[in-house]
Ligand binder design. Structure first.
Ligand code: ADP
Ligand code: MG
Length: 369
């Protein structure tokens, strides 16, 4: 008979999970350019965090500070209950961190097996050779690569396979924290999704705490259990993928994380009056004139919908069609009658000039004007 571990308070989510990594007020400049302007990030043990932000926002710099390749100007980094930067200094090779860079950075003159073994013992000594070979085979298997791949050179395998080799090399030392810096961005769309899923599965199975840096919002939302949105050297928002997507803190974050419909609205109590009718708003702290944000998928074309709009034009994308719709102005509401863009699966259901009925599902988010 097998017995499983008794349930604990933590397993019921009743006590906060252990913070595995904590950066406090990290600041880093290069010359006169302040790249990180006070970054506070916490990552729980075994968790998967995605840091997402536009190019140049400081994502790689933050990863390099965590890895120990750079020293912060001020602020502290705690890793696995140890201070590693700030009031103390633990060098990169003693932080038990794996790092996979954007291009994989494999050694072109070494075979796949030798690249992976490089992550094992520093000295590839004869006594350890058999054990190393076994471990390399195990690592190849872990990242779903055939053992025969071991003899190939990096240029003889595909981009997706190269990224898996880079991951295997980083896994070789059994890191406690894995840092992935845009590891999938060089891959084409189909391969990117498959490789991302394979990598996520490997890291999850090995229970390795992971931070993924990406500028791709759908990658961040699908990969991680925590998303941190970086902008201009600070984290604009940190939360679950669902909360940052549905309740972004500001319009820039809203638009960075996905398509957004922005409307003029008049907020009274928890109801925002706009060209789409009265939309409920949760935690309505603002009142009066606001910008209301909805996600396009909240707006449905349906024959019994209470709101009317006229199709401006459509664009066919195969699995979906985007439909631009001009809404009717609302008497007494300044700036109403906007053109919104929504999506529909049926390409033949909307033609320019057609009048459609719409219904809004769920709540909106109010931002100051
Ligand atoms: P991201 O990864 O989000 O694209 P980076 O952290 O690479 O952003 O870079 C943020 C900014 O810092 C950029 O403007 C970049 O040019 C600058 N930067 C990064 N590393 C250095 C460096 N070693 N020396 C000078 N400037 C740097
Ligand atoms: Mg970068």
């Amino acid at each position: 008979m097998t017995t499983s571990a008794p349930p604990t308070l933590a397993s019921h989510g009743l006590v906060p999970a252990v913070k595995f990594l904590r950066t406090i007020d990290l600041v880093k400049s290069f010359g006169s350019k302040e790249v990180l302007k006070g970054v506070d990030l916490s990552v729980v043990e075994g968790g998967t965090t995605a840091i997402v932000g536009p190019s140049g926002s400081g994502k790689t710099t933050l990863l390099r500070l965590i890895a120990g390749f750079e020293n912060p100007d001020s602020g502290t980094i705690e890793l696995n209950s140890r201070m590693v930067a700030g009031d103390a200094w633990i060098p990169a090779h003693k932080r038990e961190i794996g790092y996979v860079a954007q291009d994989g950075a494999l050694f072109p003159h070494l075979s796949v097996a030798q690249n992976i073994a490089f992550g094992l013992d520093r000295a590839w000594n004869p006594a350890g050779r058999r054990a190393n070979a076994r471990r390399v085979a195990e690592l190849l298997d872990m990242v779903s690569l055939e053992a025969s791949m071991g003899d190939r050179r990096p240029h003889e395998i595909s981009g997706g396979q190269q990224q898996r080799v880079a991951l295997a090399r980083a896994l070789a030392r059994k890191p406690k924290l894995m840092l992935l810096d845009e590891p999938f961005s060089a891959l084409d769309a189909g391969l990117r999704v498959a490789t991302r899923k394979a990598v996520a599965d490997v890291l999850h199975a090995a229970e390795i705490t992971t931070i993924l840096v990406t500028h791709d919002q759908s990658e961040a939302l699908s990969f991680a259990d925590q998303v941190a949105v970086m902008r201009g050297g600070t984290l604009a928002q940190t939360g679950t993928p669902f909360s940052v997507y549905t309740r972004p803190v500001d319009p820039d974050t809203a638009e960075f994380l996905g398509d957004a419909v922005m409307l003029e609205a008049q907020l009274q109590g928890s109801l925002a009056m706009c060209s789409l009718g009265g939309i409920p708003v949760r935690h309505a702290t603002l009142q009066g004139r606001v910008r209301l944000m909805l996600r396009p998928e909240q707006i449905r074309i349906t024959s019994d919908g209470p709101i009317r709009g006229v199709v401006v034009d459509t664009v066919f994308f195969g699995s979906e069609t985007t439909v631009r719709i001009r809404l009717s102005p609302v008497p007494g509401l300044a700036g109403g009658g906007e053109i919104i863009t929504i999506r529909h699966w049926n390409a033949s259901m909307a033609r320019p000039g057609m009048e459609l009925n719409l219904r809004v599902i769920g709540e909106g988010v109010a931002f100051p004007v």
